[in-house]
Ligand binder design. Structure first.
Ligand code: FAD
Length: 549
């Protein structure tokens, strides 16, 4: 009878335990979990604080009792693993309730201890109003403070996924929320113009987002609250502070184990998720993964990869059907108030930092047929290789349908598809769901047009960097221009362009723009047909420029 031990009883650990049971009815499977809960929905915690999820028990997906009964898995909650001895094939654990320390041997061991929120060494950060959100007890503490009615003002430090989800949910509880972020944008994993839409969304919902600033010190404030002093000199009073600035791997207990760790302390594994030590595997937030696009090792703490790694690790621990883990490219999504922001694969920032040649297009298609009631614009940015035409990444924002497009493009990247393949993806279409040419097809068409020289594009950043280099030609109607124009631009509506060609200079780079890029593309083709060869389309049009500057 095989004896499997698993350290960590949430995403990767429980996924592995359940898979092992399905593969081997006779195995002895024991899970060590230092917390009081197993298999809980950590991704749902912000929504319980915001009272979007009303019943606390919905967060607890499984209990040790149910796991024993249904799957014959022994889960030891409040049991922390203190050390591993690979030579003896054993671990040392401590029952946190009784203080008893004991050893347990294994045939195969899975390390799935996840990560913990980073707590920066900011003076004063041990104040009782300052919290992190990672576990159910964290959630209970924060929710009790909010339910108690004393939290009128909250400060969230860090504008990543969890920080912004918390900003939203605290706002739903009628709390004034300030978010402070050191970078010049929220959600650092996406490119600036996509994050700009998040900036606009949170501002529209009354969140005060302070970018390029950080907390330098906390001091006690009135009524049990704190005062945060920012690097800029500003001060912010808060009854509750949430630190949400990143995650570090839980690997301190492996210090003397001989298990190889990466530079930032993550466990190094091969493509079967095996560590450098015999019969020891690792999965989840605690490991370094291969990024399939950069071909470099990285850490991507997300629930989807953790769950899938748990399953693969279980298959390899069992051994009957070995599998490989082929890496994580960071497909992620978040709801920020009414806006969805999603991404997959490489961003512009990632390409630049890894010297990956890329080009990008930005489009603003409707989520479904424009004539069907309720259609909404989304923004889709597609990155691709100008050399191989392969799809490298995508980012999307919008009010519906973003998830579908990001998932389709994630699949395309996984399948090594080109932008030409995107133009041919056959999607399910009826007016309430999409257009006959889906946004994914559209992104492929535009990239194809760029690659084949039908259109040249400039990015909003090019204009901002070198405004004097360009003649900006706004081809919208005067009515559309009333909502705002780019400074220094000249308006010639597309319908009048053929009769006003003498107003368009031939000795300058002419950048055409309309609201989202489509009319400007048509106008650019008119100019190209009339012999203008220095004509560009502003990628993403006025919408992208306007939200980004
Ligand atoms: P975890 O789920 O963290 O589990 C590890 C467990 O190991 C912990 O319970 C810990 O107590 C235990 N442990 C650690 N050390 C020991 C030890 N020595 N002995 C015994 N037990 C130990 N991801 C998404 O993809 N989408 C989301 O929307 C999303 N939202 C999130 C929202 C919040 C508030 C949080 C906190 C995370 C969110 N995540 C989200 C991230 C996602 O939850 C993690 O990527 C995922 O849970 C990682 O799984 P894991 O099994 O590696 O680690």
């Amino acid at each position: 009878m095989a004896k499997y031990l698993i350290v960590g009883g949430v995403a990767a650990g429980m996924s592995a335990a359940a898979r092992l049971r399905r593969l081997d009815e006779t195995a002895q499977i024991t899970v060590f979990e230092r917390g009081e809960y197993v298999s809980y929905a950590n991704c749902g915690l912000p929504y319980y604080i915001g009272d979007e999820i009303k019943e606390r028990e919905r967060l607890v997906v499984q209990t040790p009792e149910a796991l024993r009964e249904l799957m014959d898995i022994e889960v030891r909650t409040s049991n922390e693993v203190l050390a591993i001895d690979p030579a003896a094939q054993s671990l040392k654990a401590k029952d946190l309730k009784t203080g008893r320390e004991y050893e347990e041997t294994y045939d195969k061991l899975l390390l799935a201890p996840g990560g913990s929120p980073v707590k920066p060494p900011i003076p004063g950060s041990d104040h009782p109003a300052i919290h992190t959100l990672w576990t159910i007890p964290d959630t209970d503490t924060i929710r009790a403070m909010v339910d108690g009615g004393k939290v009128k003002k909250a400060l969230v430090v860090g504008a990543g996924f969890i920080g912004l989800e918390m900003a939203e949910n605290l706002k739903y509880r009628d709390i004034d929320v300030t978010v402070v972020e050191m970078a010049k944008q929220a959600m650092n994993v996406v490119d600036f113009e996509m994050a700009s839409m998040v900036h606009r969304e949170v501002a529209m919902h009354g969140v005060d987002l302070q970018l390029e600033d950080g907390v330098s010190e906390f001091t006690p404030g009135a009524n049990g609250g704190v005062v945060a002093k920012l690097s800029s000199g500003k001060t912010i009073e808060a009854d509750l502070v949430l630190l949400s600035i990143g995650v570090k791997p839980n690997t301190a207990f492996l210090a003397d184990s001989g298990i190889e760790l990466g530079k930032r302390g993550h466990i190094l594994v091969d493509d079967s998720l095996k560590t450098n030590q015999k019969d020891i595997f690792a999965a989840g937030d605690v490991i370094e993964v291969l990024h399939p696009l950069t071909r470099k090792q990285t850490a991507i703490p997300l629930a989807g990869p953790a769950n899938k790694q748990g399953r693969i690790a279980a298959d390899n621990m069992h051994g009957a059907k070995p599998r490989t883990y082929n890496g994580t490219m960071g497909t992620a999504i978040a709801k920020i108030f009414d806006l969805t922001i999603g991404m997959t694969g490489a961003s512009e920032k990632l390409c630049l930092s890894h010297d990956i040649p890329f080009d990008s297009v930005i489009i603003h298609p409707n989520d479904y047929a424009g004539y069907y009631p309720g259609a909404m614009k989304m923004c889709l940015k597609l990155l691709y290789s100008p050399e191989t035409r392969k799809v490298l990444g995508a980012q999307g924002t919008g009010y519906s349908g973003v998830d579908k497009r990001i998932d389709v493009i994630a699949t395309a990247i996984k399948a090594d598809m080109t932008v030409d393949d995107l133009t041919e993806i056959e999607h399910a279409y009826a007016p309430p769901y999409s257009s006959a040419k889906d946004p994914v097809n559209m992104a492929g068409f535009v990239a194809q047009n760029v690659l084949e020289g039908l259109i040249k594009t400039v990015k909003w950043t090019d204009i901002e960097t070198n405004p004097a280099e360009y003649f900006l030609l706004d081809v919208r109607t005067p009515a559309e221009c009333a909502s705002g124009v780019m400074p220094g631009s000249v308006n010639i509506p597309q319908a009048e362009l053929r009769n006003r060609l003498d107003e368009v200079p031939r000795d300058k780079k002419v950048v055409l723009y309309c609201r989202v890029g489509l009319i400007a593309y048509q106008a650019a083709r008119v100019l190209a047909g009339k012999g203008f060869d220095n004509v560009y389309n502003l990628s993403g049009g006025y919408e992208t420029w306007n939200v980004s500057v």
